[in-house]
Design a protein around this ligand. Structure first.
Ligand SMILES: [Zn+2]
Length: 686
């Protein structure tokens, strides 16, 4: 029986699918909101993926049912050649900046003078350091997303913006004063958290790609990518601070914020209605102290006159509104002398230049070193040894050299030439891979790389071997005890010698050996991460462990198999594949395994993560003798399967107990596989 005929026999199948598509879209939207806007996910990532995949499948079957606001349409459309220019209905003005209390008082005075006798309230908000964006909704659906551009017209980046999950593609029914809100404009800021920024930069650096100076640059660069699929891979976020609609007459800015929130847009972390300047200053002071605790960067606060009517009276002057102002915090930076540039060799051989600075106090700590990333970073900024440089540090971001103070350059400042030899004792020649910005030492016995690899292996996020830190690794490598990570598990052979070393004794030696012994039993994904396979971070190590479960399966995986794993990209797949085809690496892995290091998912992880029924849909009918229907349902779901109420040709199995209903007949007609109780038990106990 062919599929077409099935549909002829059961014309309601498509209806059911249509209903399910609508249901799935609603579900996914609700979960997106819970996750991205309320930050309170109600289902696991896996469950979310399942819903998403189910919707994708149905939409492939019925392409005519794909709507523009379907969550599947966020994954990115076709690449563009260039962006279209779109004019703003109301200009996107930039705020004038102030840096002192005096200037804020001046602003307040000007406002009061223009509004004689009126009571003025302000709204204070955090000024997210991102990229401004205007979103227009028509008939409740996202119609266009345009950058600020020159303030009067910007780039149409709608396709890219659709990939930002905190931006609703369509909005639900919202009535204000009896009127439905369907056509409106909102504005806000697209940004990246510091953590995401660091993670992306780290990956780029490892891959030899250009790194970005700060989260804002990375956000701007991402929004201008011509391929929406690439944009979809970056976790951009949105915060909304402006609402305008001809459908209602807004009264105040803080009422608008409420509407924005009701419409389903994320609003700022902290928004305060201030009755007077004292309130304003305490808001400014509070966030100046606490801004480093935020997961994203702010560069100040924004102060707006609350009343829309007052805003209109105040109007604009020279491309800035007169009713709003930005109070900018001092960028946390300092100037100091660049005494020299040293080189650091990473565990994959990448050589990173490091700025050796005249120690300077910045944002709570003394800084004497900062990364210079790569040779291009230095030459593009024309950083010379002996220069006075500006270093910056924001929140958790590692201090970095941002620029040279050219006015202070001395005639004897020396241009930095990247050396041709690795700083390691082997003085091995270094090379630059084509298309990459980093230089590498490719010598397989480079002692610097060996040290870094061992340090990485023993680190807290790796095998977590307490007592095997940087200094100890250096010492043991020098003494010849450690030539690779597998040697760690032979260290007990040197017990007597170690005991006699400086700063070592019987107790500390035994503590170390015990910690090493204990590490053997760690989880598979930690072991994978610890091996230091290029491009494999903690997250991807977890995915690989979950997917392949045991070492041998991972070892023998083809590039295609690796690549087909969700979230494992081309570079990762290639890197894992090559790692397990390298004799030296294989030998180390085998020695680790012989030593007793755990190379498989543990029992408890297996039980919890067994997803053998993933993607399978069950329908239960009739009574089972060994368990209730509820028990059967939860058993199936615990194995990743799904239970639905109606039989369709997408049903994988119909489980038939005693006195089955009409579902049994339908299964027979559709040719769906039928399981009796015994067969069902076999399936779930496999
Ligand atoms: Zn080297």
């Amino acid at each position: 029986m062919t599929d077409d005929k099935v549909i002829e026999f059961f014309p309601n199948t498509q209806k059911e699918d249509e209903k399910r598509i609508i249901e799935l879209k609603e579900l996914i939207k609700r979960h997106d909101k819970a996750y991205y806007i309320e930050a309170q996910p109600t289902i696991t990532d896996r469950e979310y993926d399942e819903l998403f995949k189910e919707l994708q499948k149905l939409e492939i079957k019925y392409p005519q049912l794909i709507t523009e606001d379907s969550p599947t349409q966020r994954v990115g459309g076709d690449s563009l050649k260039e962006f279209e220019r779109i004019a703003h209905v109301k200009a996107m003005l930039s705020l004038s900046n102030t840096y002192s209390e005096v200037e804020v008082r001046d602003f307040d005075r000007r406002v009061s003078e223009a509004l004689p006798g009126e009571d003025v309230k302000y709204v204070a908000e955090l000024k997210y350091d991102g990229v401004a964006l205007s979103l227009k909704y028509k008939h409740g659906k996202l119609d266009s997303a345009v950058t600020r551009g020159d303030g009067f017209a910007g780039d149409n980046i709608t396709e890219n913006v659709k990939t930002i999950k905190s931006i609703p593609l369509s909005i639900g029914d919202l009535k204000i004063e009896g009127k439905e809100i369907k056509n409106f404009e909102v504005r806000g800021e697209v940004y990246l958290t510091e953590q995401d920024f660091l993670r992306i930069n780290e990956l780029r650096e490892e891959a030899g790609e250009k790194i970005y100076a700060n989260p804002r640059n990375l956000t701007a660069g991402t929004l201008k990518l011509l391929d929406p699929k690439q944009v979809a891979q970056r976790p951009l976020k949105f915060v909304c601070y402006y609402f305008d609609s001809s459908e209602i007459n807004p009264v105040s800015h803080h009422e608008n914020i409420k509407i924005i929130k009701q419409l389903g847009f994320p609003i700022g972390e902290s928004i305060e209605l201030c009755n007077n300047l004292d309130d304003v200053f305490s808001f400014i002071d509070l966030w100046e102290k606490q801004r480093n605790t935020l997961p994203f960067q702010i560069d100040g606060i924004v102060l707006k006159v609350d009343s829309i009517k007052q805003q209109e009276i105040l109007g604009t002057v020279a491309r800035s509104p007169r009713w709003a102002i930005a109070y900018k915090y001092e960028a946390e930076n300092a100037q100091t002398l660049l005494n020299g540039i040293t080189l650091q060799v990473g565990r994959t051989g990448i050589i990173t230049p490091v700025a050796e600075l005249e120690p300077v106090f910045l944002a709570g700590s003394t800084i004497s070193r900062a990364t210079l990333h790569n040779a291009d970073y230095i030459s593009e900024r024309d950083i010379r040894i002996g220069d006075t440089v500006v270093i910056e540090k924001g929140g958790e971001v590692i201090p970095k050299v941002t620029k040279v103070v050219l006015e202070k350059r001395l005639p004897n400042a020396i241009e930095f030439k990247f050396p041709e030899l690795c700083p390691c004792d082997l003085k091995s020649p270094i090379s630059r891979l084509e298309g990459e910005v980093s230089y590498l030492c490719t010598h397989p016995e480079c002692p610097w790389q060996i040290r870094r690899r061992i340090e990485h292996f023993a680190s807290r996020n790796g095998m977590n071997i307490e007592g095997l830190g940087e200094k100890v690794v250096e010492q043991f490598v020098e003494l010849g005890y450690l030539k690779n990570v597998a040697d760690i598990y032979s260290l007990h052979q040197h017990r007597e010698e170690i005991k006699e070393l400086d700063r070592w004794g019987e107790k500390s030696t035994d503590n170390l050996l015990e910690a090493i012994e204990k590490s053997k039993d760690t989880s598979f994904h930690r072991v994978l991460f610890s091996l230091g396979i290029r491009f494999i971070g903690e997250g991807s190590a977890k995915i690989l462990a979950k997917q392949f479960k045991v070492l041998d399966k991972l070892k023998s995986a083809t590039i295609e198999e690796l690549n087909s794993v969700y979230e494992i990209g081309d570079k990762m797949a290639e890197s894992v594949f090559q790692f397990f085809r390298n004799d030296k690496e294989l030998e180390i892995v085998e020695r680790l395994r012989d030593a007793g290091v755990n190379f498989q998912l543990k029992e408890e992880e297996l039980v919890a993560k067994d997803m053998t029924l993933s993607g399978k849909t069950f329908v239960l009918t009739g009574e089972l003798s060994s368990m209730s229907r509820g028990e059967a349902k939860s058993k199936i779901e615990s194995l990743g399967g799904k239970v639905t109420g109606t039989v369709s040709k997408n049903t994988s199995y119909v489980v038939v107990g005693d006195s089955p209903g009409s579902k049994y007949d339908k299964a027979l007609k559709l040719g769906v596989q039928i399981l009796n109780e015994e067969q069902f038990l076999e399936t779930i106990n496999k």
